[in-house]
Design a protein around this ligand. Structure first.
Ligand code: B12
Length: 225
């Protein structure tokens, strides 16, 4: 098989063992995509990420031999950079400045919308997903099917709005400063830090994709900085 869709197959094959999935494709009008290595603008971006704990087995095995900083970003780069080189693509990473608009890309590529927690909710995976990187190409790639619907629209009780013990989630957004200060307090250390964000845990969508306990703890510690 050749052509742009063969690239999606090659990406899926190469990253399959790591649990990093092709999450979707965004096509851009000329001049509107992110920068490629030659200074021109990408015409497409393939978003890569995890659904639930898909990456956790491979990442935790790798981590047993890595003692350095930013393990998840380092692991992702070790997998995605060589693939980008093979494919002649640019690689982008969510935590690398200047921040690329990963959430806007995900809204376009996957049809996702923000939850009251500010992070995007997926109709199947709920709040249990994230992005590990993206590949930029100088040509268009056939866009994949988008997830339909916005689960928060039909969620009557909205337990995410009342579950936070520090009251940092409300309809106008998410108060990061108060969240971090609660995480550093004694009650925060005994609850959210060990068992994950209580507001995220309260969401009734995609509960079967909920992160593993170790993964929850890892992300909460990263959030504490
Ligand atoms: C800075 C940052 C943080 C900061 C500040 C977050 C904040 N709320 O202000 C801190 C460190 C606190 C943080 C925390 C978390 N983050 Co964060 N964060 C980022 C980062 C690196 C940049 C965000 C940014 O400012 N982008 C600005 C521009 C460049 O991007 P953008 O796509 O245009 O993003 C904006 C739009 O989406 C816009 N927006 C939001 N809603 C809507 C709606 C509409 C209609 C439109 C048009 C735009 C819009 O707001 C975004 C922020 O300004 C992104 C990665 C990335 N590169 O995007 C992750 C990212 C957003 N974070 C993510 C996550 C998962 C978290 C945590 C849950 C992690 C944890 N350890 O628990 C927490 C929870 C935060 C929360 N509830 O908001 C995920 C979200 C995945 C998802 N499902 O959406 C991302 C994409 C990282 C990833 N690797 O996947 N984060």
């Amino acid at each position: 098989m050749s052509g742009p869709s063969a690239h999606l197959e090659r990406i899926s094959e190469a990253l399959g063992p790591s649990g990093i999935l092709v999450r979707g494709v965004v096509n851009f009008r000329p001049g509107e995509g992110p920068m490629l290595a030659d200074g021109s603008r990408a015409l497409s971006v393939v978003l890569l990420g995890n659904a639930g704990s898909s990456i956790w087995p491979a990442f935790s095995r790798w981590r047993e031999t890595y003692q350095g900083a930013d393990p998840l970003d380092t692991w992702s780069k070790q997998l995605i950079h060589p693939l980008a080189n093979d494919l002649g693509a640019a690689a982008y990473f969510p935590s690398d400045p200047p921040w690329q608009p990963f959430q806007q890309w995900a809204m376009k590529a996957e049809g996702l919308k923000p939850s009251p927690l500010a992070i995007l909710i997926h109709p199947r995976y709920g709040l249990w997903h994230g992005y590990r990187g993206a590949l930029g190409f100088s040509f268009e790639i056939e866009a994949s099917a988008k997830a339909a619907g916005h689960p928060c629209d039909s969620c009557i009780k909205k337990p995410c709005l009342t579950a936070c013990p520090a009251g940092v989630v409300n309809r106008s957004g998410f108060d990061v400063v108060t969240c971090r200060s609660y995480l550093g307090s004694e009650p925060g250390e005994k609850t959210c830090v060990v068992s994950g964000c209580l507001a995220r845990n309260a969401c009734p969508v995609g509960t079967e994709f909920r992160y593993l306990p170790e993964q929850l703890k890892f992300h909460m510690q990263a959030l504490m900085g």
